[in-house]
Design a binder for this molecule. Sequence first.
Ligand code: NDP
Length: 405
Amino acid sequence: MSRVLIIGAGGVGNVVVKKCAQHPDVFREICLASRTKEKCDVIADDIKERYGTTITTARVDADKVPELVTLMNAFKPDLVVNVALPYQDLTIMDACLEAGVNYLDTANYEPKDHAHFEYSWQWAYQEKFKKKGLMAVLGCGFDPGVTNIFCAWAQKHLYDSIRAIDILDCNAGDHGHPFATNFNPEINIREVTQTVRHWQEGQWIETPAILDAGCVHFTFDYPVAGPRESYLLYHEEMESLVKHINGLERIRFWMTFSQPYITHLQVLENVGMTRINAVEFEGRKIIPLQFLKALLPDPGSLGENYTGKTVIGCVFDGQKDGRQNRKYIYNICDHTEAYREVQAQAVSYTTGVPTMIGAMMMVQGIWKDAGVFNVEQLDPDAFMEALNRYGLPWQVVDFKGILPE
Ligand code: NDP
């Protein structure tokens, strides 16, 4: 029985709050806080109507530590779930330290003025959380999140050593818009336009960004979704998995993009709309990517007409009892079913369900420790069971497909 403060009322926030509200035996009191309180109130009214549960709402600017501390001291949560933007990770962690509250998020910190993805800023909080006897769990969505848990489970149950991991993220859905992103457009576009990196034999290898000549891609035959063009991309979970999966020689991350998506993004980049530095426009400074975000569909609104499925998982190549084998662990999630359950598309759903499960692991004391943790450092068994129970069933099969060497 616990009190949880959820910060961020966007596409993912909507799913996390609804999934928590489905378990009043675990999450006794829920407060949803965000920059725009009206968005929290809309979700709260919906929850009242669907589940008969009352949650409280609040306005907070999560860039401001004193505002966060005041809210935490007033609500007295056992756990803060951060599903605002990566820009707010450090201020929310600072406030948690000051108010003495545990912390969980889904994406690593990024400075606003520089699209750079690494855990160093948050790992630097290790001693502070440890000293206070508090726990911070980082990256508990799907990827990062479930993909890391799949790795931890494979390391614990399937292999003596894992040589290579390929994470494959496929969205084979159709939202009916010419161009839209499935989570916050600003964060999404910053991520997919960066220079690509993967880990091989002890070092990071750089390859061209997905829009640049020479970018690496291949056709992967996904379960249910079929053959899809999959692009090599840098994704933050690789940084922590390289540290925590013993003996790993190579890790790569692949994501599907359709040709229309690539073409739109290419044009937007060519005309400067993906820039994150300010430009002068009619006497004021604007950031083109933030302006573009205002024009694109709100990812939280895509769900109603979304059809098709997501297929996200990991292929492992490793040794068990002296024998080499390859296994594939994956989840399939249906956009229409996700919408029916929580009025969200599958990308928000596959992020928000693991966030709720991670929160459950923490408030129930199944994950209990002091310090800062990536999810693969924690025991995966109860989490894997909960995925099957709470909407993201997974399968493990022998992998017979083809991956680039
Ligand atoms: P949205 O843009 O839909 O929602 C973000 C929410 O945060 C909005 O309600 C926004 O408020 C609020 N917010 C932004 N700035 C502040 C602030 N300073 N103070 C308080 N609230 C603020 O994003 P998503 O729901 O799509 O994504 C949420 C998070 O989930 C992101 O960090 C994203 O990177 C992560 N994510 C992780 C995935 C994973 O698998 N690990 C996959 C997908 C997303 P307002 O409404 O006023 O703008």
